[in-house]
Design a protein around this ligand. Structure first.
Ligand SMILES: Nc1ncnc2c1ncn2[C@@H]1O[C@H](COP(=O)(O)OP(=O)(O)OP(=O)(O)O)[C@@H](O)[C@H]1O
Ligand SMILES: [Mg+2]
Length: 413
């Protein structure tokens, strides 16, 4: 696998709040508990020794209960908060070393932040608020017209169109010309969201950005975010305390407790191999069928090529393997049928070349990106392991029914 390019690096970051954080740092490094430190010294541990690499184009989700340090962590990335100890790198550059000008540039062009509560411009309408993200860039960036290679009239039409598309997306069409004070809290949050999405920042920092949305809109926004990441390769750091949301959108999930990183990894890893009891308890009620992808539970299976192999080759491969199935694939690697141990046991005529699929058992197929809930009906249809296909429709592995079932059942501690 190619080395993932790192967008944001967080290195051994500590953040302690209180009158003299430096004076208690050694004690925190020595392992003092959050509660003891607060009682003895009046200092609060926000973040304790957190290190993370966030890759270009990832949706990186930070999860944890209220007070676990999520907002504190994300605010370090654009230096709204400075660490008590440790480093934060963006594109390899230490943000603590940026001068005022460079910091302004970082906040304006590289990152767009959606806060838990964000300030809209009260004297501007919905559409103007959404466009304001684009216009701020306009002043400092030589004009959106120049950047888009358009005349200024065309550019403002373009900006308006882009803003309108985001307003539609968050379900506020019809409210373009209203002012923030005329909207509900959730609607205001959606305006802020539309504003962040309309900009072309490389990094989106989203702190509970979807928490005020109704379930249907929330689902649409999650899909949209995944699509934005796929198309534009933005790097998205997304905070939520909703585990279903985290599992749905995250490529990587970091779990914080009391300012400490308990586990970081892809959703399947968090579910199937929780690092400790805390994480186990956290994930125990998740609907695993909707999260675990088929690709992550697929096994390797032996194959033979249609037209080039005989049944004796298939049987020899079965003999040599622990599996009970050999897939027969065409010249492009697509499965056309299977030869199974059971066929042999049933005394079926397995002689001669495999020239077509006439004597083969049929094979159900599923895309490796599908979740296991989607493959359950297929799995129930046949005793032949369901063939897993890669993006080109070629065989990537197989999943027997018992593997599906055991992935669905959560591990009991
Ligand atoms: N400015 C501050 N001064 C003192 N303590 C703070 C400050 N900001 C955060 N903290 C403390 O740091 C810890 C982490 O707070 P943070 O806001 O990062 O939590 P969170 O995970 O975002 O919680 P929530 O889900 O409720 O938003 C808490 O114990 C909080 O009391
Ligand atoms: Mg918070």
């Amino acid at each position: 696998m190619a080395q993932q390019e790192i967008k944001i690096g967080i290195e051994n970051v500590y953040k302690i709040f209180g009158p003299d954080p430096g004076s208690v740092l050694d004690r925190v490094k020595g392992g003092a508990s959050k509660q003891d430190l607060l009682e003895d010294t009046g200092h609060t541990i926000g973040i304790r020794d957190v290190s993370l690499d966030i890759g270009v184009g990832q949706i990186f989700v930070v999860m944890g209960l209220s007070g676990s340090g999520k907002s504190t962590l994300i605010r370090h990335i654009n230096r709204l908060i400075e660490p008590t100890d440790g480093r934060i790198l963006v594109d390899g550059e230490d943000v603590l070393r940026l001068d005022a000008e460079a910091l302004r540039h970082l906040r304006r062009y590289k990152m767009s932040m959606v806060f838990q509560r964000f300030a809209l411009l009260p004297h501007k309408t919905v559409i103007d608020n959404v466009m304001s993200g684009l216009q701020i860039r306009d002043e400092a960036g030589g004009g959106i017209a120049k950047r888009l290679g358009l005349s200024s009239g065309k550019a403002s039409a373009e900006a308006r169109e882009r803003a309108q598309a985001q307003v539609d997306l968050v379900g506020l069409q019809g409210f373009e010309n209203q002012y923030p004070s005329q909207l509900s809290g959730g609607m205001q949050q959606r305006v802020g969201l539309a504003r962040a999405l309309a900009t072309d920042a490389e990094v989106l920092l989203m702190d509970e950005a979807f928490s005020a949305l109704d379930p249907l809109i929330r689902n649409d926004m999650q899909d949209q975010l995944i699509q934005i990441q796929n198309e534009l390769s933005k790097t998205i750091v997304f905070i939520t305390h909703d585990l279903d949301e985290a599992l749905r959108i995250g490529d990587h999930i970091a779990i914080l407790k009391d300012g400490e990183l308990r586990q970081v990894g892809p959703p399947e890893e968090i579910l199937m191999a929780p690092a400790d009891d805390y994480v186990s308890r956290f994930v125990k009620d998740v609907n695993r069928g909707r999260v675990i992808t088929v690709g992550s539970i697929a096994n390797d299976y032996p194959t033979v090529v249609l037209g080039a192999a005989g049944f004796s080759d298939a049987l020899a491969k079965l003999e040599a393997s622990e599996r009970n199935t050999v897939y027969v694939c065409d010249g492009d690697g697509r499965p056309v049928g299977a030869v199974t141990t059971k066929m042999a046991q049933e005394g079926r005529d397995l002689s001669g070349p495999i020239a077509d699929d006439a004597k083969l058992d049929p094979v159900q197929t599923v895309d490796s990106a599908a979740v296991i809930e989607d493959m359950l009906p297929l799995s129930m249809k046949t005793e032949v392991p369901v063939a897993v296909l890669d993006g080109d429709g070629a065989l990537a592995g197989g999943v027997p029914r018992r593997t599906v079932l055991s992935a669905l059942v959560r591990r009991e501690e």
